[in-house]
Design a protein around this ligand. Structure first.
Ligand SMILES: Nc1ncnc2c1ncn2[C@@H]1O[C@H](COP(=O)(O)OP(=O)(O)OP(=O)(O)O)[C@@H](O)[C@H]1O
Ligand SMILES: Nc1ncnc2c1ncn2[C@@H]1O[C@H](COP(=O)(O)OP(=O)(O)OP(=O)(O)O)[C@@H](O)[C@H]1O
Ligand SMILES: [Mg+2]
Ligand SMILES: [Mg+2]
Lengths: 260, 260
């Protein structure tokens, strides 16, 4: 059963890239074949996996506007079993560039399914790292996906955008992709020393119930150091609290998938 | 001398809203008349100043598409001497809505200067809180401004987007607003206990020199607690390290303006 998961939240800096990179790595570590699609113009996921700007010939932008097929853009990463379709700065103007294209909301979904040997058949999990907006690029990710993983920072401002995100998911499900659901909400940068984290966690579990993963990702400096070495936290420091939390999250995700 | 400052950085979660709200409050505290314009669809600056969604009749979106004039959208805030033009969720679709409008990059600048008694004449400082993207909404803020304040989180991923931001500012300065310059870069969420913060701070000062403010904003839980009370940190806890840092930043900003 192939799974395409969009990692999305229009609130900035909540841990989308960190979750896509590290959860993807944990799934690859247990033998799943993983593709990461970087849809953020900043290209943090590409850099965090050791793919520097000069190595990115074809990117997710070129794929969406139809200049190249998806297979030609895919590169191996520093993680065995995980490939990437890298991002480029062109994505920041994508909303206008895609506006006049036919099937503009389906460009990514079509690219994943195109041809005699569709790219999506070559992977067990496809993770899509989204930019911090509800733009046409993020809509493309939602249309291409069967589930959404929502990283949620344990902060007051981060709670505020949740209802707008859920509204958008409902709208995409009703009009563009009936298979879409929120696969799970993962609490990130959880700091057990301050009340705010616990308060936000309680509010979210009350509001969303079982959709929220048991696993909380703690605030852990090793996680933020790893990208400067072009590696996910799991390769940079396997035993740190952050890496262990992403390993737990992967097993919780697999259990949910199995039970579904 | 009236100053319009855009608080911008396409990297998410770096402290744009926190800086616009608290620096604005610190300027109001020393007697400056301040207007905050919230251009982010999440509306965090509006909420952080106690303006809840149901109180926002006309918003920055309505102003930009020409449905209302700027003066009709302005509300007082919990801070004496600071008004706000609030945001709404409609902004998330703004790039497409503005695409066909004439002078689409100048809509905000025109609204600020419109009429016999232009709104911009009623304030000493106008701070514009931008969304985490280089979209047409952020371009509007850059075209309307005389300076840009760039909050920069002391993290590796945050450094990555800096060159793209500087490139965009140069392009806007060359084609749309010759008066535009980077007024300053402010280091945020600085954590003196970890090396990463110090390393990023050194890298940025080496790359940008004096553009970087001396004042660093420390990571401080009071800052992230304040928005849940609808108040800026300066009103929530005046003596905490975070509030004091924003007061220092305001005096450093005023000194730069005076010397300029
Ligand atoms: N659990 C954690 N502990 C410590 N730092 C973290 C953690 N998760 C993420 N970070 C750091 O916080 C910052 C924001 O995370 P990240 O870039 O993954 O968020 P994002 O949602 O992808 O941001 P954007 O909205 O800009 O795409 C990064 O510098 C990252 O290294
Ligand atoms: N100095 C600080 N210490 C502790 N927490 C902070 C600090 N500055 C900001 N925060 C918190 O970090 C989070 C991100 O800050 P903020 O929302 O201001 O960033 P932003 O750049 O406006 O985000 P976005 O890109 O989503 O607009 C918020 O929850 C805020 O309360
Ligand atoms: Mg990201
Ligand atoms: Mg903000």
């Amino acid at each position: 059963e192939r799974r395409i998961l969009a990692v999305a939240n229009q609130k900035g800096g909540v841990g989308k890239t960190t979750t896509a990179v590290n959860l993807g790595t944990a799934l690859a570590a247990v033998g799943k074949k993983v593709l990461l699609i970087d849809l953020d113009a900043q290209g943090n996921a590409s850099t965090g996996l050791g793919i520097y700007a000069e190595d990115r010939e074809f990117t997710s932008y070129h794929v969406m506007i139809g200049e190249t097929d998806l297979a030609s853009s895919i590169l191996p990463t520093t993680v065995k079993g995980m490939d990437i379709c890298p991002a480029s700065e062109d994505l920041s103007g994508a909303d206008l560039d895609l506006a006049d294209m036919p099937r503009r909301a389906h460009l990514l979904a079509d690219a994943l399914a195109a041809g005699k040997n569709p790219v999506q058949n070559n992977y067990d999990y496809i993770m899509i790292d989204c930019p911090p907006s509800l733009s046409m690029v993020t809509i493309n990710a939602m249309v291409a996906s069967s589930g959404i993983i929502v990283p949620l920072q344990c902060e007051f401002y981060a709670l505020e955008g949740l209802s707008q995100l859920i509204k958008t998911v409902r709208r995409v499900k009703a009009t563009l992709n009936p298979a879409l659901d929120i696969q799970g909400v993962v609490l990130t940068m959880y700091d057990s020393r301050n009340n705010l984290s616990a308060q936000v966690a309680d509010d979210v579990r009350e509001y969303l119930g079982d959709v929220v993963y048991e696993t909380k990702i703690p605030r852990n400096v090793k996680i933020s150091e790893a990208p400067s070495h072009g590696k996910p936290a799991l390769l940079y420091d396997y035993s740190c609290a952050g890496s262990q939390a992403y390993i737990h999250l992967a097993s919780e995700l697999l259990r949910r998938e199995h039970d579904a």
